[in-house]
Design a protein around this ligand. Structure first.
Ligand SMILES: Cc1ncc(COP(=O)(O)OP(=O)(O)O)c(N)n1
Ligand SMILES: Cc1nc(C(=O)O)sc1CCOP(=O)(O)O
Ligand SMILES: [Mg+2]
Length: 208
């Protein structure tokens, strides 16, 4: 797998959001350090996901930034994205690996050491671990696991751990100290008054 960026921006496609403007602003600051994960609402059509992924890929290409597609691996393949991300309601990790082939980047959600190790054993290249803190971006999540939960998972695997859920620049140092390799965010960038500045602050915290 090519080296994974440490800052993952997940697209915010909730009504009233402007994901492409936010992606543009983040890319201009983070460039090749950014991974953009295209995540659409469950109610979105495959065509909508495909169109957004194509547009995100076109924005990423000049910067050499990677684009991953959440859940819909056929969309990832169709647009020639770097890979995809799956969780408990998506294809099992082993099946996702078969779909993506041996070289695609495959992320899996893991909240505990055992599921983390199992996901890596069957083909995950990185793990999304959380929710680290409370978040209003996604409902129905279990209680936050905090840096201690990240530490438990990162100690059980030898792939990059990407901390997710309520991540802010101020919370990055504790997550890195707990063994996280990077972070994934929605609100910290998409909800910021100045997404470029928020990106710079997150990058600064990640590279301290
Ligand atoms: C980096 C990262 N980590 C976790 C998730 C969550 O994936 P999942 O559990 O499948 O939930 P949805 O995002 O599909 O609602 C993620 N997308 N990215
Ligand atoms: C999509 C998603 N998955 C999570 C998980 O813990 O699996 S938390 C989350 C939302 C992250 O958004 P924000 O950065 O605004 O908290
Ligand atoms: Mg999913």
């Amino acid at each position: 797998m090519p080296s994974l960026g440490r800052l993952h921006l997940i697209t915010d496609t909730r009504p009233g959001r402007d994901p492409l403007t936010v992606v543009r602003a983040a890319l201009a600051v983070a460039r090749t350090d950014l991974v953009v994960q295209v995540r659409v609402e469950d109610s979105a059509t495959d065509r909508e996901a495909y169109d957004l992924a194509l547009r995100v890929l076109a924005l990423c290409a000049p910067y050499g930034a990677s684009c991953l597609v959440n859940d819909r691996l056929h969309v990832a393949l169709a647009v020639d994205a770097a890979g995809g991300h799956v969780g408990a309601d998506d294809l099992p990790v082993a099946a996702a690996r078969r779909v993506l082939g041996p070289t695609g980047v495959l992320g899996a959600t893991a909240r505990a050491p055992q599921t983390a190790a199992e996901a890596v054993a069957v083909g995950a290249n990185y793990l999304g671990v959380g929710p680290c803190h409370a978040t209003s971006t996604k409902s129905g999540l279990p209680d936050p696991i905090g840096p201690a939960g990240v530490r438990a998972v990162s100690g059980a695997v030898d792939v990059p751990v990407i901390a997710i859920g309520g991540v802010t620049a101020a919370r990055v140092p504790a997550l890195l100290a707990a063994g996280a390799y990077g972070v994934a965010v929605v609100g910290a960038i998409s909800g910021a008054a100045d997404p470029s500045r928020a990106t710079a602050e997150l990058l600064g915290a990640l590279t301290c």
